[in-house]
Design a protein around this ligand. Sequence first.
Ligand code: ZN
Length: 220
Amino acid sequence: MTDLNRSFPGNPDGTLTQQLAHALHNLLVPRCPTILDFHSGGNLATVSYCYRFDDGGLAEAFGCEVLYGASSYQGSLSHAARAAGAKVAVLELGGGQQRNAHFLEVGLRGIENVMKLLGMLDGEPQPPAWQIVVDEMRIMRPHRGGLMLSTFGPDRLGEQVARGTQLARIVSPYTFEVLEELVAPFDPTVLVLGRDEVTKVEVGDYGFMVANGATARIVR
Ligand SMILES: [Zn+2]
């Protein structure tokens, strides 16, 4: 098995993952001029942002607060579908079994917003209270494994903190010795992905994801 979202457009004679990518790309993509690609932070991390491609205001209309102005990357569903002419928004929402009701609401409202944008539902998309586009994002991956004690939990995503603010400590589960500290790198630093108060972390995991608030553009 390999990462499905690095396997598009797939291969009909390849591995299980490549055959699955091929089937999705050949059966679904041609029927879908607009695609909402839902992702999450996985089992232990909670995330809240959307990729903003130059796709007709799709990501803005969906209504994520933090939009990441990036290009789609080779091997992803979004890249292959966009090359085939579809408009795509990639939504990174929720995960970590945290704030599920909140992210369900954001997701449902977002789907309705896009259907309104496309004229499939009556009415105007409901924008969020604030919305920014960020261009620089950093994944903060611990160099030591252990217990991660987060200073900012999933309820703080979207907030901005000053450079140098402690985001988390990695401690030994045996001695509680502090092995590593994760510190906000930008001024201000926008919190994009975080973890609950105490989680298990391994070397190279997603500890935090943060964006550069200094170069962010305010949409509303
Ligand atoms: Zn993703």
